[in-house]
Design a protein around this ligand. Structure first.
Ligand code: ZN
Length: 179
């Protein structure tokens, strides 16, 4: 039985093609590159599809309220405004249409106001995240996740994310007991 060489099969679309290296976690999300960032070999078409989805993922992250505290946030926001006229117009229009609301901390203190909008199509960004999961699976297990195995991306509200991460970490260490 001959073993198929993983190098020739794109892990994202499963087709035999010429593959080139792509960073699993997109470079555009970082200001400073870590040379140890993991890569996977993917086909040119998947690479191209991925780059527009990644742009949407970056925009989603940059425009999310939780990102404001990140030290790189302002540089990313400036990049978003500077690189693309259409995006800049979209942001301006979205800000004009958005609903203003109080920003309330988890402790119940109003610390400012935020703009609420649902004028953002998150589907391309979700596709990028699903591919990142496939890439990480491949890097970790050295096997491509079967294409008929669906990867779903769900959005966890900020207030729920910390307890969720704690539970996941306990699960990973095998420390969750049955009740
Ligand atoms: Zn592909």
């Amino acid at each position: 039985m001959s073993k198929r060489k993983v190098k020739d099969v794109c892990p994202y679309c499963g087709q035999h093609k010429n593959l080139s290296k792509e960073h699993v976690i997109p470079r555009t999300l970082f200001l400073v590159m870590d040379p140890k960032m993991v890569t996977v070999d993917v086909c040119e078409q998947c690479n191209r599809e991925m780059s527009s989805n990644i742009r949407d993922l970056r925009n989603w992250i940059v425009l999310s309220l939780e990102s404001v505290n990140h030290p790189d946030w302002e540089s990313h926001l400036r990049k978003l405004f500077d690189t693309n006229e259409a995006t800049r117009r979209w942001i301006e229009q979205t800000m004009d249409d958005a609903e203003e609301a109080d920003y309330v901390t988890p402790g119940g203190i109003v610390t400012g106001s935020v703009l609420l909008t649902d004028n953002f199509n998150k589907e391309p960004a979700r596709r990028a995240l699903a591919r990142i999961v496939r890439g990480l699976y491949l890097v970790t297990t050295k096997t491509a996740l079967p294409l008929d195995c669906t990867v779903s991306v769900i959005e966890v509200p900020a207030e729920a994310s910390r307890p969720l991460v704690e539970i996941l970490n306990r699960l990973r260490r095998g420390k969750v007991e049955s009740r």
